[in-house]
Every structure is written in structure tokens, then in C-alpha cells.
Design a protein around this ligand. Structure first.
Ligand code: ZN
Length: 314
């Protein structure tokens, strides 16, 4: 009986802590909200700290965290994970190779977690690192302070298109649908709660980076993701949304590609396309003047050179 009471008290303490962290549905950087039972969304502060979003998934004996974040984001997310659950973080899944999603790997492995990602993430790290890490260390204290020669690659590589963790309490699927935002793009799908964590293959706002992308293939990847039964989309940047976010993001990439392709076919110059391209109002969520110029340039190079932007020199 005494044990039951202690357990109950503990449950209430945990619930209380969770209630404090749960917020309304508007943008609240660096806060945690409950999305479904045992699934929490942590919105990263992108503008000031460059953080990505994190997701915490509760299993029977442990937590899965989606994305390692930058080192400062990893520290903050780890502290939040400890607040929401006494269970240890066993797995941290890197949705792709970018620093804001992966440079915190070392902190998670030091805390006892195993980092994992699809195989192409390790390949892209070999291509781009440690150059990007060293550049980031010049402007980011959290990266410089780790005093490492480069980022720690994921400890475990997934060689298939799908990897499943199922401990009887919950099934979590790690899915690769092809090259969109990056070659190694990974999604995390929780079938029972119909939650899809997308990394940067889907963002909610003008946060699309196309530098390592395959813009022409991006909508195809999202069509595959959209075949899943999805109620909640938890993007790599920006607020959570419903399943319509997937089609919206796909439409943005389709419109971007179409507009640039039409221009290239007409022999237009990049500068003219950057000055004169207007995408339909339906995709305005993903458009900002500055990022659109860069996205047009990336699409222009991809289309005129006939190779995914990510395969072209950087
Ligand atoms: Zn990214």
C-alpha cells in the first residue's frame, strides 16, 4: 500500500511538471507541449539560437528523441526530457546531417544514448565535414566549446528503407522515402497516435533550405509520406500542424520547381527569375523574399545542370 501511495505521488509530481510545460498551440520557442499520450513536441528557438525542434517519444522503459539539435539545443532538450519523464533517453534519431539537427550528438552519447540515422547521413557527413563544423565553431560558442575536430557521426546506421522499434508498449517506425531536403532524410512515424515527425523535409514557415536538396524529387518524397495515416505533423522547424502541412510543403516545392523550369526553358537569366518570380498565394507560408532568392538560385542550378542541387559543388 505504501508503495502504491509513493507511486501515485510520483505520478502526480510528474503530471504537475508536464502541465507546467504544456502550452497553447501558438509558437512558443524553447517550450514543450504534449501532442499525444507519451509524445511531446519541443519547439526550438530558430531565430535567436538556430535550434531545431525535438520530439520526445515515451516507450515502456526509455525515451526516443528525434534530432540531436545543436549542442546548446541538446542540453536544453535533455533537461526537458528529464523533466517530463524519469526514463532514460535510449535513442536519438538524427533526421539528417545538418548541424542544427546533429551537432549535439556527442552530448547525447555522453548521456548514455545511442544516436542513429539513415546510412546516407553518414555519407553526407563524410562529404561536408569537418568543414561545416569548423565554420560553425567560428560563430557558435556551443560548437567551439566542445573542442572537437568535427561532429560525432551517428553511432548506428540504418541500411534499409525502414527500421522499427517495438517494445510492446509502442511501435515507432523510422522511414526513408528518398532524397528531399537531404540525401539521408529520415521520418519518424508513430502509427497508433498517427504522428509524423518530418525533420526538415517538412517545415512550417519560410525555413526551407535547398542547398543539399533534390528539389525536383522533394514532392515525390512527400507524396510517399502523405500515404501514411497522419493526424499530427511535427516539422523540423516551425509549429506543429495537421496533415495538410505535408501537401502544402510539397506544393511549395512543386511551384518553385515549375516557375524556375519555365524560366530556364525560356532562356531567362537567374537574376531575372530572382527579380520576377512570384509563387501562388497558396504557398505563402513557405515564402520569404530572401530565402526565395536562394531557393530560386538552387533550383536554377539543379535544372540547368541536370543534377540534384545537393550533388553540385558547394
Ligand atoms: Zn536541415
Amino acid at each position: 500500500m505504501k508503495q502504491v501511495r509513493t507511486l501515485l505521488l510520483l505520478c502526480f509530481a510528474v503530471l504537475g511538471a508536464v502541465a507546467l510545460l504544456v502550452t497553447r498551440s501558438d509558437a512558443k520557442p524553447e517550450t514543450v507541449r504534449l501532442v499525444a499520450p507519451g509524445v511531446w513536441f519541443r519547439e526550438g528557438d530558430l531565430l535567436e539560437q538556430g535550434h531545431c525542434n525535438n520530439i520526445f517519444i515515451e516507450m515502456k522503459d526509455y525515451l526516443i528523441v528525434v534530432d540531436a539539435n545543436f549542442p546548446s539545443g541538446a542540453r536544453a532538450a535533455l533537461a526537458d526530457a528529464r523533466r517530463i519523464s524519469p526514463k532514460p533517453v535510449k535513442y536519438v534519431f538524427d533526421t539528417h546531417h545538418h548541424g542544427d539537427h546533429l551537432y549535439g550528438n556527442l552530448l547525447w552519447t555522453q548521456a548514455g544514448a545511442t544516436t542513429l540515422a539513415f546510412q546516407a547521413v553518414a555519407e553526407e557527413l563524410k562529404r561536408f565535414e569537418p568543414a561545416r563544423w569548423l565554420a560553425a565553431a567560428k560563430t557558435r560558442k556551443d560548437v567551439a566549446e566542445l573542442n572537437q575536430p568535427g561532429p560525432e557521426p551517428p553511432k548506428q546506421n540504418i541500411n534499409e528503407q525502414q527500421f522499427v522499434l517495438n517494445d510492446g508498449s509502442r511501435k515507432v517506425e523510422f522511414r526513408h522515402f528518398g532524397w528531399a531536403h537531404t540525401k539521408g532524410d529520415g521520418f519518424v512515424y508513430i502509427p497508433k497516435e498517427q504522428v509524423l515527425c518530418t525533420g526538415d523535409a517538412v517545415v512550417n514557415g519560410p525555413y526551407n533550405s535547398t542547398a543539399d536538396a533534390h528539389i525536383g524529387n522533394w514532392p515525390t518524397v512527400l507524396q510517399s509520406a502523405d500515404k501514411l495515416k497522419v493526424k499530427f505533423v511535427l516539422p523540423g522547424h516551425g509549429s506543429p500542424a495537421g496533415r495538410e502541412l505535408i501537401a502544402g510543403q510539397a506544393q511549395f516545392m512543386t511551384e518553385l520547381h515549375k516557375a524556375v523550369k519555365t524560366g530556364v526553358d525560356q532562356g531567362k537569366k537567374l537574376e531575372d527569375l530572382q527579380a520576377g518570380t512570384q509563387l501562388p498565394a497558396a504557398v505563402s507560408t513557405w515564402v520569404s523574399e530572401r530565402s526565395l532568392k536562394t531557393q530560386i538560385k538552387d533550383a536554377f542550378e539543379e535544372i540547368s545542370q541536370g543534377k540534384p542541387r545537393g550533388d553540385l559543388p558547394h
